[in-house]
Ligand binder design. Sequence first.
Ligand code: SF4
Ligand code: SF4
Length: 200
Amino acid sequence: MALLEINREECIGCGACVEACPFGSLRLDEENIAVVDETCTACGACISECPVEALSLPEVKKVEVEDISAYQGVWVWVEQFKGEAGSISWEMTGQGRKLADRLGTTLTACVLGHNVEHIAEEAIAYGADRVFLVDDPTLSVYRTDPYARCLVELVRKYKPEIFLLGASSRGRDLAGAVATQLYTGLTADCTGLDIEPDTN
Ligand code: SF4
Ligand code: SF4
């Protein structure tokens, strides 16, 4: 449905709006009144052309845009299986360290599982500045929902600007679930990472 509203009572059929529309969306009907079709893009170019102010666009509801400057730091998910971190996790930690250094920010490792404190210590040894350790029996074996719920809660609360997850089958699964719940972007199958120094 076209957004442009035409006050048929006011229109005097001068045709100025028809001339002004760059998209050919307006015409005069059999009663010599302006009508708009579906091709209207709501650009507003016709509105000021109308001598009797018969055209208007309804207020478009403003969408609240979150202040993304509140998001800081690089995070990495440390994938573990039966209490052992996968080598991919340490690769991601190394990449995360480089990105964090380029951005002048911190690197945080997220370790989820049960009895996995030793992995948190390893994460520090591999270059993380801090670790979020969520240790619970329900996390001992990877399952999408509880893992995604944990990470989503952490992201909402502590707001990282970049979150890296290795492209293993579980990493892909988890990244998709987390991105969906956060309504955020996801760059899949990334083989290299860098930051534009000027624009981040
Ligand atoms: S709002 Fe723009 S696209 Fe729509 S009818 Fe007017 S000039 Fe054409
Ligand atoms: S410019 Fe205004 S008065 Fe003229 S045809 Fe369009 S809507 Fe009607």
